[in-house]
Design a protein around this ligand. Structure first.
Ligand code: AQP
Length: 342
């Protein structure tokens, strides 16, 4: 049966890239699938996090999930560290995954920077933990942004290698086809699977960009959003009339993609409307659409974070439901690997 898993790191407040790249699909999928959405606090500590700020960010991201439209009754919302199967399965996968595979991961190279000797072992092994997050639930679909594609491919390789390495044991445990883990499918759809920085169309919008003008936060107010869009980098040409006209114009492509996803229209329909016009007119329409979408979410985040005990209660409930699914799967993994359960 299909099952959806995805997560975000509590490393700051969420931005438009997280929302349009992944969460819009999360919200849609909860109507049609069994969905598990995680606040991945174990991933967050792969780079240093101040404990008080981390606690705050976990609640902030949970509030953003709910404010954006995830329903804790329909979907399971929880924080990763509360379900021990993630860490346990990650260890098994550390022993299945290969150094050569991790060496190819581009995100590690970007995040570790020049002084790679000083990066944490956790940052390097991050993709193995991500595979464990998904496969601890034997999830089949993973809605993410474009930047996670390579990690998803690694998760598929890990699932396949586990099934191969342990095939006899898997069959002996009653899985006649020798398949214990499914190959999880990335779900990367829409016109904003890679939202770029508002200051530089060649860099992705990111929480860790030092310039706040580079991103729209899900907590920004109307004036801030309007100012950021007004200051967003563009080029001097009018907007193109067709998608082919984006060549060499990443900023134009980015703003149009954001708008198309916001109003749920295909890019060519948006270009049919705005092609040939100046950026200034389009930017006003874009800012209004952003404010209409984000302002109610920002207000709801503020309201929800005013009651941290309620957020903690929602996380506790989600964690216990997540544990009910993951614990028996982890038990089977232990049997398959050859551990004795006492
Ligand atoms: N710019 C983006 N466009 C589309 N999707 C994006 N995602 C992130 N940035 C963009 C998607 O959001 C989900 C959660 O991301 P994450 O918080 O787990 O980690 P990240 O990719 O490291 O996010 P940031 O904002 O870029 O954080 P920093 O600056 O700390 O590196 C994922 O599905 C991701 O694809």
């Amino acid at each position: 049966t299909p099952r959806v898993f995805s997560g975000m790191q509590p490393t700051g407040s969420l931005h438009l890239g997280n929302y349009l790249g992944a969460m819009v699909n999360w919200i849609k999928m909860q109507e049609t699938h069994e969905c598990i959405y995680c606040v991945v606090d174990l991933h967050a500590i792969t780079v240093w996090q101040d404990p008080a700020e981390l606690r705050n960010a976990i609640r902030q991201v949970t509030a953003a999930y709910i404010a954006a439209g995830l329903d804790p009754k329909k979907s399971i919302l929880f924080n990763q560290s509360q379900v021990s199967a993630h860490a346990e399965l990650a260890w098994v996968f550390n022993c299945v995954s290969r150094l050569g595979w991790l060496n190819r991961m581009t995100q590690f190279k970007e995040k570790a920077g020049k002084d790679r000797e000083q990066a944490s072992v956790g940052l390097y092994a991050y993709p193995n933990l991500m595979a464990a997050d998904i496969l601890a639930y034997r999830a089949t679909h993973v809605p993410v942004g474009e930047d996670q594609k390579q990690h998803l491919e690694l998760a598929r390789d890990i699932a396949q290698k586990f099934n191969n390495d342990f095939s006899a044991s898997i069959i002996a445990e009653g899985f006649a086809d020798g398949i214990f883990f499914p190959q999880p499918e990335p779900v990367i759809t829409g016109a904003a699977t890679r939202v770029m920085s508002l200051r530089d169309g060649s860099k992705k919008m990111s929480k860790s960009d030092p310039s706040d003008l580079s991103r729209i936060n899900m907590t920004d107010d109307a004036d801030t959003i309007a100012k950021k869009i007004q200051k967003a980098k563009t080029d001097p040409e009018p907007l193109p009339s067709e998608e082919g006209g984006f060549s060499g114009r990443p900023e134009a492509e980015n703003l149009i993609g954001i708008y198309a996803t916001l109003v749920d229209k295909p890019v060519d329909a948006v270009l049919a409307e705005f092609g040939g016009q100046q950026f200034s007119a389009f930017k006003k329409v874009l800012a209004d659409a952003l404010v209409a979408k984000i302002e109610p979410i920002a207000n709801e985040i503020k309201r929800l974070t005013g009651d941290p005990a309620e957020i903690d209660r929602i996380l506790a409930d989600g964690s216990s439901r997540a544990r009910e699914i993951a614990t028996p799967i982890m038990g089977k993994v232990k049997d398959i690997v050859g551990f004795i359960r006492s």
